[in-house]
Design a protein. Structure first.
Lengths: 645, 201
């Protein structure tokens, strides 16, 4: 079922990201681009699935900056366009975004960053809200699922009113949550794109699209923002729930508004506490906020990570001489934490503390009993690689070679499933992890420290999608400066972590059309690195090659480990082998390997049978990759090829 | 419905189909005219980690995609020990628990560092926290039906069998037929009915 299949006006259970995608189509979006990243990916996926039918161009771009540029071209040519990314993607795109805000746009253009407070699927909890303020762009935030669809539509109109980008910020708990949504109608829209540039320099609709003259354009951008602030004052997306003169006023936005309403409900405070939910958060609708602040004695800001609404309100309040003295609670008095995502319990805790209420969700002894029982009775579940994942085999080889070598060599990590190579699942192989592409940049630096006396070998790893996203410039750098280091590309044939989106190395694009697949090996060779290829499932061959490259190689070396992800469409549900353990050969605890297969290699499909003291295959979980056959010194793990029927 | 909102948590391990199960239940209840909010955990935590979906079911309004502590009315565990983990955090003495009996061992258990409880031990722990507990050998039954993937459908059926929220067989059929080819419908309907028979009195 696609987002076009919902009948006009019908109510459906939609994921936040589906609602955003449907809203964009209802608004007549024609160009959408992005780079995959949880929790944002399903927006582009849903749009790509209907691209042909709805007359859209949808692209998974090489990285976020390029995706924003691709979307901007749509707007410049008169088509409504949208760009989607996760929070840290905005950092990548921010250079262009700074200039785009200054040049302005033409047809409606919306940027949808999906933030991940608490880093549920991230290695940071960066925030896109602050970019809106820094780059002087309007920011709106849906507070529930219906608003996800309605506000996207409004964002396009707003963008066309001011001829600039509008930022619609979502968060994990909205993007990756579902709720009832009434859908609207689908438009007919087949405008032909034309880029007009013959007008004079200052003609926003017909002239060249540039940022100069800067002071003029900058002033124009700020005037637009002032106009937006006026529109925001009366927006229907700013709502108030509560008594006329509350004892305490909560000011909040986004998913936090749902936590706030829930907390008020649980504590039965609806006669004492009001909730001002702002849908339009930058620029702050100051008159509206002032009116509500004036009505209460105490103010509590409920927002995630850094103070944003709190800072904006307090700055505005400095000029509010007529509202009287208020007591402000939020980040600065530690009522609300400045790290991690919020939830109803955190808001409940803040309210009980400020208002002096006693509340326990369950009796104290129940809570204690539960903590002890779950600690002792439910063994911790560490994140691991999937059964059949090539990364487990790759990390095993890298770990083995570096350990054998014994020179303190180490691996600089990057962003993808393989980031969990920090943990036991990857034999604790990764020693640095930062942003996309940074592993190689750091390794390039380490490689030059040889000249200053460093003896350790530096290795960087990256995935195939990351390679295209931001590794290439770092490789150019490493080759140019002759850095002594090695890059290992885990080429698993797709953007695996986020759901197998295509990238420049794949043969089809987001919409399923045939495109040019760029070859990683050829690119690395063309840049001038010493390039080798191996199959990580061939453990002996890979380790021999790796040892030779690390021990004897010089300058920038690249090893491309090619093996598709176990969840890839070509592999999923199609086991290559049926695996089993020959119990007569498994030496169990007496094996000289110290139960290597289950203690060290730790594939979830290979388990230790306590009763029989032998290893066994969990046939429900095993994906039949066959790798474990090669790791058993006793040859007890057997594989039988599955015959194609 | 006994309570508004009625709060369900579906829990399990990444890769078990938790998200899909929650969406099926959510869609069934949406067909009955309820406001349904589902909060899901996936992404990095999907890789063999514990996952859960919070379902808030209400006639009145949208609720938070994360439910407050102590407010779960029903916990459906696709993996046994996850029932205890979730019950301790979100349950109360009135919470009902339906748990699959087939473990997915954490790596700590696979390597022998940690011990996985027997179903009797797990039951004893659960009984200290609540009294309405149903163990369903959903994976074994699904293998008998022909595919372990059907265990989630059996678990959904088992939730329907409790009769605490209106999860109708006809709605299940309607929802499943949107995404499943006709030839797979029969076996899924069988799984649902089987699960239902295991908890309905």
């Amino acid at each position: 079922m696609s987002i076009l299949d919902y009948k006009d006006g019908s109510v459906n259970l939609l994921m936040g990201n589906e609602a955003i995608a449907r809203g964009a189509v209802e608004a007549g979006v024609r160009v959408a681009a992005g780079y995959p990243g949880t929790p944002s990916s399903e927006i582009i996926e849903n749009l790509a699935a209907v691209a042909g039918k709805a007359g859209l161009y949808v692209e998974w771009s090489v990285n976020e900056k390029v995706s924003l540029e691709v979307a901007a071209a749509g707007s410049f040519a008169g088509l409504r366009s949208m760009c989607v990314m996760k929070q840290n993607g905005v950092n990548v795109a921010s250079d262009f975004l700074l200039h785009l805000g200054l040049s302005g746009t033409r047809a409606g253009m919306v940027l949808v960053p999906c933030d991940d407070p608490g880093a549920i699927s991230s290695v940071n909890e960066g925030e896109s809200r602050h970019f809106a303020r820094l780059l002087e762009l309007p920011l709106i935030e849906p507070g529930n699922f219906q608003e996800a669809i309605d506000m996207i539509k409004w964002a396009f109109e707003l963008s066309e009113k001011i001829r600039n980008v509008v930022v619609v910020r979502s968060v994990t708990r909205l993007s990756h949550a579902s709720g009832n949504v009434k859908v609207g109608t689908l438009p007919k829209n087949n405008d032909t794109p034309v880029f007009k540039y013959d007008g004079n320099l200052l003609d926003a609709l017909n002239g060249p699209v540039i940022t100069a003259p800067v002071p003029f354009k900058h002033r124009q951008q700020q005037e637009k923002l002032k106009a937006v602030a006026e529109i925001f004052e009366t927006s229907e997306f700013n709502t108030y729930t509560g008594p006329e003169n509350p004892e305490l006023l909560i000011i909040t936005s986004s998913a936090c508004s749902l936590y706030s309403l829930e907390a008020v409900n649980v504590l039965e405070l609806d006669k004492r506490v009001g909730v001002l939910k702002l849908g339009t958060t930058y620029p702050l609708p100051e008159k509206l906020v002032k009116k509500h602040v004036a009505s209460a004695k105490k103010i509590l800001f409920v927002e995630e990570v850094q103070p944003f609404l709190e800072d904006l309100t307090k700055i505005a309040a400095a000029a509010w001489e007529d509202v009287g003295v208020k007591k402000y609670h939020g980040k600065y008095d530690a009522s609300i934490p400045t790290v991690n995502e919020l939830n109803p319990d955190i808001v409940i805790a803040a309210l009980t503390k400020i208002l002096g209420i006693d509340y326990r969700p369950v009796p104290e002894d129940y809570e204690k009993k539960g903590t002890i029982l779950s600690f002792t009775g439910a063994p911790n579940r560490e994140v691991t690689f999937c059964p059949g994942c090539p990364h487990r085999a790759s990390f095993w080889s890298i770990h083995n070679v570096l350990t054998l070598q014994g020179k303190g060599g180490f691996v600089c990590g990057d962003i993808g499933c393989y980031t969990i190579g920090i943990l036991g699942a990857g034999f604790n192989t990764l020693k640095t992890t930062h942003s996309m592409g940074s592993g190689l940049g750091i390794a390039s630096g380490f490689g030059k420290l040889r000249g200053l006396g460093m003896k350790q070998d530096a290795v960087a790893v990256c995935g195939d999608s990351t390679f295209f996203h931001s590794i290439i410039p770092a490789l150019v750098n490493a080759v140019h400066v002759k850095s002594d280091m090695m890059l290992i590309v885990f080429d698993n044939k797709g953007t695996a972590m986020t759901g197998f989106q295509p990238h420049p190395g794949t043969e089809t694009d987001a919409m399923g059309a045939k495109v040019n697949a760029l070859n990683i090996e050829s690119i690395c060779r063309a840049i001038g690195a010493d390039v080798h290829v191996s199959d990580p499932f061939d453990i002996t061959g890979t380790q021999d090659k790796l040892f030779d490259l690390i021990e004897n190689g010089k300058g920038p070396r690249v090893l491309i480990m090619q093996q598709s992800c176990a969840l890839s469409p070509e592999k999923k549900g199609k086991n290559k082998y049926v695996m089993n353990v020959d119990e007569s050969l498994c030496r169990g605890e007496n094996c000289g390997c110290d139960r290597f297969c289950t203690k060290i290699f730790r594939c979830p499909g290979l388990v230790w049978n306590r009763d029989k003291s032998v290893s066994m295959i969990d046939s429900v979980i095993c994906t039949g990759c066959g790798v474990c056959k090669n790791i058993c010194p006793a040859g007890a793990i057997k594989s039988e090829e599955v015959k194609a029927c | 419905m006994l309570k508004d909102p009625y709060n369900i948590i579906i829990t399990g391990v990444g890769g078990q189909g938790n998200v899909m199960a929650a969406r099926i239940v959510g869609n069934m209840l949406a067909l009955q005219g309820f406001y349904v909010t589902i909060g899901e955990t996936f992404g990095a935590s999907q890789r063999g980690g514990s996952v859960m979906s919070h379902l808030r079911v209400s006639k009145k309004t949208v609720w938070s995609p994360q439910m407050p502590k102590g407010k779960a009315d029903l916990i459906v565990a696709l993996e046994p020990i996850e029932s205890l983990r979730v019950l301790a955090q979100y349950g109360n003495s009135e919470t009902a628990v339906i748990s699959n009996t087939r473990p997915v061992y954490p790596v700590g258990v696979i390597c022998g560092d940690l011990k996985y409880p027997t179903m009797d031990e797990l039951n004893a722990s659960l009984l200290q926290l609540c009294s309405k507990i149903y163990f369903i050998d959903a994976t074994e039954k699904a293998i008998q039906l022909g595919n372990p993937i059907l265990s989630n459908v059996i678990m959904i059926g088992a939730a329907a069998g409790l009769n605490v929220v209106p999860m109708e067989e006809s709605d299940f059929e309607k929802i499943m037929s949107v995404s499943l080819p006709p030839e797979k419908m029969k076996i899924n309907m069988e799984g649902f009915k089987l699960g239902k028979s295991m908890t309905s009195s």
